[in-house]
Ligand binder design. Structure first.
Ligand code: UD1
Ligand code: BG6
Ligand code: NA
Length: 365
């Protein structure tokens, strides 16, 4: 079932123009968002005091990517919970909360235990899952199936991008009663329509990412700096490299660079800086300057046409990606990093679809 591909992870990365299309199918009509699974609960969600996102691994990162636009479009504060940490702390969950559980499989033990806990505390519990009939889908009050198609590779790829798109549609639906954000919502909806073709465009970087991977094959570590909408991209890119390529990698807040990570910078440690166009662009330009003045070995991801704006001395490797609506940019930016992790794994000779010590679905605590 891998078709022309060598591995499921590779197939699933390249499937994204299609999986993004099926995620949106039937849900965007005449400039409005229709989510059958949420329709009857939108009023309750709008009245909630807080949205709490809960998940593990890549699903947590997808929720983190969505956090900013959910706050922006709904006006409701969003807090983030790693499922196991919520349980460890027995953190506060209230009746006035909307708890949103994100899980590809819908069977992750920590996430399901956090769901039991939130149900006991009286929160409205919403599921976002790829698996119809899963425990998460059955036990939540309501939710949205991401409809990305079956994902087999242990490292989640197409489910990540579809989860972000579902959360964007969810934010649009919750915020649809707000007049002040109407133009913004329309811009995001047209951005959603353009995602599949932009995903096809960015997949053309495949051979460039393979070449980049071959230059990193012997590195011991890889840092990824992001901020704003793309902090989650940094975490998720690093998670992909860790889990499949078995290379140490950390995603970090670029804004925290001076508070520790800068000490690591030298001419050997590869650092990916995500500097695509958004409100944080000029801040990322100065991060790049500071890293270069410490002789940092940089790989810069920027919007198409911005190569000279981010790399004035021409000394860095640049990855140019198509520009989409700022809050949807994480959907595009993760794709080159998925390709990089994939090629790095193959070149290092490790098992892509079944990484050492990991399981697709962790059903024990
Ligand atoms: C539904 C149908 C879809 C059909 C469409 C036509 C299913 C699974 N989906 O899609 O085949 O084409 O109507 O209008 O039959 N839910 C949860 N928790 C979750 C996820 C979902 O409780 O984690 C619930 C939803 O609240 C909803 C139901 O499951 O009641 C189906 O959700 P979803 O598939 O997202 O709904 P539609 O997109 O309307
Ligand atoms: C496991 C997988 O750790 O569970 C990850 O290896 C995944 O890829 C995580 O992100 C969470 O899984 P799910 O199914 O709850 O999204
Ligand atoms: Na349900």
């Amino acid at each position: 079932k891998k078709g022309n591909y060598d591995h499921f992870m590779q197939k699933e990365i390249h499937e994204q123009p299609h999986s993004l299309t099926t995620t949106m199918r039937g849900r965007l009509k005449d400039g409005a968002v229709l989510l059958g699974g949420l329709k009857e609960h939108l009023k309750t969600i709008r009245r909630s005091r807080r949205v709490v996102f809960i998940g593990c691994g890549t699903s947590y990162n997808a929720a983190l990517a969505a956090r900013t636009f959910v706050e922006e479009l709904t006006g409701i504060p969003v807090t983030m919970e790693v499922a196991s940490d919520l349980l460890d702390r027995q953190g506060p969950i209230y009746r006035e909360d909307t708890a949103v559980f994100v899980s590809q499989s819908g069977e992750t033990a920590d996430t399901l235990l956090a769901l039991d806990y939130a149900l006991e505390n009286g929160a409205l519990c919403v599921g976002i899952t790829n698996t119809v009939g899963s425990t998460l889908s059955r036990r939540t009050h309501c939710g949205i199936h991401i409809n990305a198609g079956c994902e087999i590779g242990v490292a989640s790829t197409k489910a990540y991008t579809s989860q972000i798109v579902v959360m964007a549609m969810m934010a649009l639906a919750i915020g649809s009663d707000q007049i002040s954000t109407q133009a913004r919502r329309e811009a995001i909806i047209s951005g959603l329509f353009s995602l599949p073709s932009n995903a096809s465009q960015v997949l053309k970087l495949d051979s460039e990412m393979k070449e980049l991977a071959s230059s990193l094959i012997d590195s011991e570590s890889l840092l990824v700096f992001g901020r704003g909408y793309n902090y989650a991209t940094a975490l998720e890119g690093a998670l992909k490299v860790k889990e499949v390529a078995l290379m140490h990698s950390e995603g970090m807040f670029a804004g925290e660079m001076k508070h520790g990570p800068l000490a690591l910078v030298d001419e050997n440690l590869p650092i990916i800086v995500i500097a695509t166009r958004d409100a944080c662009f000029s801040k990322q330009q100065s991060v790049i300057q500071q890293l270069l003045s410490r002789k940092g070995r940089l790989i810069i991801m920027c919007s198409k046409g911005d190569a000279s704006a981010v790399n004035p001395r021409g000394s860095c490797r640049v990855i140019e990606v198509p520009k989409v609506a700022d809050c949807l940019q994480p959907v595009i930016n993760i794709i080159p990093l998925q390709l990089l992790a994939y090629h790095l794994t193959v070149l290092r000779g490790f098992d892509v679809d079944q990484p050492r010590n990991l399981a697709k679905s962790v059903t024990t605590q």
